[in-house]
Design a protein around this ligand. Structure first.
Ligand code: 13P
Length: 241
């Protein structure tokens, strides 16, 4: 069975105080949330401890937005897997397009991060997706297959979530048509050895389009940026019908 995973990616938003204020508005809206879905908040590192202390007994799981592949060492600015598991983090986003684009993340480092995350008991969310230019020149499939091949080398597909995030749909309001997202996600699945990997769609997911997105048979969840920052909007998304 493919698990449904709805994850908010807060990116570089929310101080610790703002994160706790979010919870006050968000948690009361989860009383009717069906148990068929996992709800995840991928917060900045500085908010993780406070969130962890305030999520006991709730169905919300905690996620980070990056993790290093070494267990410790002289890696200024990086976070080791055990630093996350120690405070109750369960998920970690790996290879988000913003890290690939602005911080020199490569398929090789994505692969190292995925394996280290799994070895520590974290559940990585691997992000793949094409740019507008790549899509317009008909390269979408080739780009994504290449990312999958390199990123997933020797990665355990039993403990993995994948997010298909077309880069042109991120933060633009320009959502990928749900039928097209379903088609690409079906293609991603065809390249996996484990057909039960949960594959999310990400890119301008909103309360207005979540029901249609989740009605697609290949789509097993969503990775939500901007619309995960407000309690009401993210609650409507996780309570999709
Ligand atoms: P938006 O939902 O703001 O388009 O961001 C998507 C994303 O990058 C999630 O990781």
């Amino acid at each position: 069975m493919r698990k449904i995973v709805i994850a908010g990616n807060w990116k570089m938003y929310k101080t610790q105080a703002e994160a706790l204020e979010f919870l006050q508005g968000f948690l009361p809206q989860l009383t009717e949330t069906p148990e068929d879905r996992e709800v995840v908040l991928c917060a900045p590192f500085t908010a993780l401890v406070s969130l962890s202390q305030n999520l006991h007994g709730s169905l919300v799981r905690l996620g980070a937005q990056n993790v290093h592949w070494e267990s410790a060492g002289a890696y200024t600015g990086e976070i080791a897997p055990s630093m996350l598991t120690e405070i109750g983090v369960r998920y970690v986003i790996v290879g988000h397009s913003e890290r690939r684009q602005y911080f020199g993340e490569t398929d090789e480092t994505v692969n190292l991060r995925l394996k280290a995350a799994q070895a520590a008991g974290l559940l990585p969310i691997l992000c793949v997706g094409e740019t507008k230019q790549q899509r317009d020149s008909g390269e979408t499939e080739a780009i994504i297959f290449n990312q999958l091949e390199k990123d997933l080398k020797a990665v355990d597909q039993q403990n993995l979530v994948i997010a298909y995030e077309p880069i042109w749909a991120i933060g633009t309001g320009d959502t990928c048509e749900s039928v097209e997202a379903n088609r690409v996600i079906g293609l991603i699945r065809s390249r996996l050895t484990n057909p039960n990997v949960s594959i999310q769609y990400g890119g301008s997911v909103k309360p207005e389009n979540i029901d249609e997105i989740m009605a697609q048979p290949e789509i097993n969840g969503a990775l939500v940026g901007g619309a995960s920052l407000q309690p009401d909007s993210f609650a409507r998304i996780v309570n999709f019908k």
